[in-house]
Write a new protein. Structure first.
Length: 179
């Protein structure tokens, strides 16, 4: 039997085509293979007369088996190695690196500004202001995107860095006053 959807030959009593998966009924197929104009198929379709006794018999060419017009299911070759899918980052959560470095840089800049009472401390104070502005921008971006948890994590890490930095400033003031 021929599948009326894809044109492939299937078993006569099949309910489904094993190639295209369509339900097959025992009706006349809607798919008709295209007529080819080559010599072999015309010779196979034409009736062959019996040869006369005086003439040498001529063998009729054999037509090749008709192949389906197309293959409906592409066959994928196995690649051997399977690639690991990368874990997708959750944009709504702050990474550990963001939390750590926000606190570290702010504490570092405040501590360096406290321990260097000179013109270089002004550089560190400017860095503190720039870093605070970048934190504010990151906070607003997270808040605008609706990532409340990420915005709170940015604020918390900024606060932790400021507390550590101010503790270093207090330590420096204590050392200046009592030593």
């Amino acid at each position: 039997m021929i599948c009326k959807f894809c044109g492939n030959s299937i078993e006569d009593n099949s309910d489904f085509c094993f190639i295209c998966g369509q339900k097959v009924e025992n009706a006349e197929p809607a798919f008709q293979p295209a007529q080819s104009n080559d010599v072999f198929s015309q010779a196979a379709q034409a009736p062959v007369a019996a040869p006369a006794a005086a003439e040498a018999p001529v063998a009729a060419p054999v037509a090749p088996a008709a192949a389906p017009a197309f293959s409906p299911v592409p066959v994928e070759e196995p690649t051997g190695k399977k690639k690991k899918a990368k874990k997708q980052k959750d944009a709504s959560k702050a990474s550990k690196g963001l939390k750590f470095f926000t606190a570290l840089f702010l504490a570092l800049f405040l501590g360096l500004a406290a321990f260097m009472w000179s013109t270089t401390s002004i550089v560190f104070l400017v860095l503190i202001v720039v870093y605070a502005l970048l934190d504010k921008k990151a906070y607003k971006k997270a808040k605008a995107a609706g990532y409340e948890e990420k915005a709170v994590a940015i604020l918390n890490s900024t606060g932790i860095g400021a507390c550590i930095g101010l503790a270093l400033v207090c330590l420096k003031l204590f050392m200046v006053a009592y030593m």
